[in-house]
Write a protein that binds this ligand. Structure first.
Ligand code: PRX
Length: 635
């Protein structure tokens, strides 16, 4: 991709203009560089956002692992592909070269085949951040199976919902995981989750913590002995450009998670192109993204994007504060990390700690700092810039989504002048639009509105698994002919974008997308709860925290409120996971509703945020009196 390694602003604008003027030609040129295509495409793009139907590189055939692994064997066989840094710093880091990755992925792929997994089958991966996680995803891609990675912090109920939605045949998990000073018994979560998952035939179990676990006869198998017997050669399955590569679930406005489906060729081209340009990766750099592979950031920018570029990608098992708050900086020094990519919530937590933790380490290897997952506030931006980048490393505030597959709006380091809290400019090929409430595009600068994208890009999700209507309804119905992101944004005087946050029922807590509906559904399962509503309120470290308003049934009245709060959070933990726990729970006799029965979340949000100066006209509510009661009892 030498033609498109953008190095200065003028070049960016040139490339950008070209990508808008002639997108097919632009994306064709990028696809022509370096990749191995088993068959060339017949047509670069066909699209219709009303259906919606989007096809990139139609007619092409390829295997993404051949591009991420085999392609590098001749020139980079002994280069580290994945650099695994364990939870415990006294355990040695593992350097997995491209050659070893090739062998391990092939062995894993052969094991999957032996278990009867074929092209198109769904494979659920529920693993901690150990090398097997990256290897398992690539092994699926090798044989054309569709991986569905479920973040290993999700509960057993969340796991089984996801398994059942896409009818996975197999689960890959481990005996347990390390997380700082804790160990987590993953296998029992899986056992619980598999009580009602009729599609699952097999569970493959990797050994990580060597604990005694229950192995169900006929279903559960230890992974390692199977790998040991498997051949290190496995012919890649030849995939059509639009064959699904993976499903990844994200929260939405109903209780059911959305299985976003990403396809093969477009996803590969776009993640490779954006990785190279957003991080300005050079051959001997060591790149580190702290995300978990259970999220899209890990899929695109720990696994596929870096490996498609022959990069060295660090995979970290642990947490930022174990054994102490210096761990990230220690790892940067130890592995001479050049590009570091993390989330604002981590930056805010690290910034709260003593600077000694940072100053002990040599961070001079750093060249680019990235941020992703939520808006980065001014203070965190400057702390990152001053103390980590020493004012020498551009900060790329990258805006994108599970649905977009890759980075959409971001500075290109050393080309785009950065501006704190701004994601700045769209990547080449990305055509954002700001919309007003009446569905009209707002032109010009110094404006704000709802962020849409008006032209397809190669890595956009193609559908929601088994629910194309929901896909159309969620993303393509609010603004005709445009993809609606669910975010609000403003555009400044030079055309830079700043993402202002979600404008729908999704709340981002510590960088995790949480839908209000699934949490409310979980709370309402409590026998004493009649109704509930969740809103976000500002939190120093998490960005947003959750505030719940709960109406009790008669049976719940008079019960100890603190016990009830604990029970409610326990139910949320069981249904979703600890990340969705509420910080505050207020019991109330009613919720403000419109005359058509809709909860007025705007009012609840303001009260929870202690911002009641301008609640607007509440007299048109069905039950205006409840607003005062809620204000009087706010926590
Ligand atoms: O609201 C935006 C926020 O995260 C949402 C997407 O979340 P998810 O699908 O989990 O993917 C996160 C990782 C790509 C977006 O709709 N978001 C993501 N990046 C930024 C952001 N908000 C502001 N600035 C960002 N850089």
């Amino acid at each position: 991709m030498s033609n498109y390694h953008i190095k200065h602003l003028e070049e960016y604008y040139q490339v950008f203009r070209k990508s808008v003027r002639n997108p097919e030609n632009f994306w064709e040129e990028i696809a022509e560089e370096h990749f191995i295509w088993r068959k060339r495409w017949d047509k670069v793009l066909s699209w219709d956002f009303s259906k919606p139907e989007i096809k990139w590189y139609e007619g092409a055939q390829l295997n993404i692992t051949e591009n991420c692994i085999d392609r590098h064997l001749r020139t980079r066989g002994d280069k580290t592909a994945i650099l695994f840094e364990p939870n415990d710093p006294s355990e040695e880091a593992e350097h997995i070269t491209y050659k070893q990755l090739y062998e391990r992925v092939n062995q894993f792929a052969n094991v999957l085949k032996d278990q009867g997994i074929k092209k198109g089958d769904r494979v659920c991966i529920y693993l901690p951040m150990i090398p097997e996680l990256a290897i398992a995803t690539l092994a699926c891609a090798r044989i054309g199976a569709i991986h569905s990675v479920v973040f290993a912090g999700f509960s057993s109920t969340a796991l089984s919902t996801r398994i059942n939605d896409s009818e996975c045949k197999i689960v890959i998990t481990s005996d347990g995981s390390y997380r700082g000073s804790k160990t987590i018994d993953l296998k029992s979560i899986v056992d619980e989750g598999l009580e009602e998952t009729p599609s699952i035939e097999t569970v493959l179990v990797a050994k990580r913590i060597n604990s005694e676990i229950n192995m169900k006869e006929g279903r559960d198998k230890w992974l390692q002995p199977l790998l040991d017997k498997a051949s290190t050669e496995c012919e890649p399955e030849i995939m059509d450009a639009e064959d699904p590569l993976f499903i990844l679930y994200t929260s939405g406005s109903t209780g059911k998670p959305k299985g976003m489906v990403h396809t093969t060729a477009g996803y590969m081209v776009y993640t490779a192109f954006t990785f190279k340009n957003a991080f300005q990766y050079r051959e001997n750099d060591v790149y580190w993204c702290t995300a978990d592979i259970g999220w899209i950031t890990g899929h695109s920018y720990i696994v596929y994007g870096p490996l498609a570029n022959g990069a060295t990608s660090v995979m970290f098992e642990g947490v930022p504060n174990y054994p102490d708050w210096g761990r990230f900086w220690e790892i940067i020094e130890k592995h001479k990390v050049s590009q570091f990519y993390t989330a604002p919530t981590a930056i805010r937590a690290l910034a709260k700690e003593n600077l000694d933790y940072v100053e002990k380490y040599d961070l001079s290897s750093l060249k680019v700092l990235g941020s992703v997952g939520e808006p980065i506030n001014d203070e965190a931006w400057h702390w990152y810039d001053t103390n980590i980048g020493k004012k020498k490393c551009p900060i790329i505030d990258t805006w994108w989504q599970t649905e977009t597959g890759g980075i959409m709006i971001s500075p290109i380091p050393y080309a785009t002048p950065t501006k704190p809290t701004y994601a700045t400019l769209p990547f080449p090929g990305i055509q954002p639009a700001l919309m007003d409430e009446n569905g009209k595009e707002i032109k010009g600068n110094q404006v704000d509105g709802r962020l849409c994208i008006k032209f397809p890009w190669p890595s956009m999700a193609r559908t929601i698994w088994n629910n194309h209507d929901r896909y159309r309804e969620t993303y393509f119905s609010a603004y005709k002919g445009k993809y609606f992101t669910g975010d609000g944004a403003l555009r400044d005087e030079v055309g830079y974008y700043r993402i202002t946050g979600r404008v729908d029922d999704v709340i981002i807590v510590s960088g995790h997308n949480l839908g209000t509906a699934p949490i409310e559904d979980a709370i309402n399962e409590h026998p004493a709860v009649a109704e509930s509503a969740i809103v976000g309120f500002p939190h120093d470290i998490k960005g947003n925290a959750l505030y719940g308003y709960v109406i009790l049934k008669e049976t719940g009245e008079g019960r100890d409120q603190n016990n009830l709060r604990k029970e409610i959070n326990q139910i949320i933990t069981e249904h979703i996971g600890p990340i969705a726990k509420l910080d505050k729970i207020q019991f109330t006799s009613g919720l403000p509703k419109t005359r058509s029965g809709k909860i007025m979340r705007r009012i609840l949000r303001k009260i929870a945020s202690n911002d009641t100066s301008n609640l607007g006209d509440t007299s048109t509510l069905l039950n205006p009196e409840v607003v005062q009661e809620i204000m009087d009892n706010v926590l």
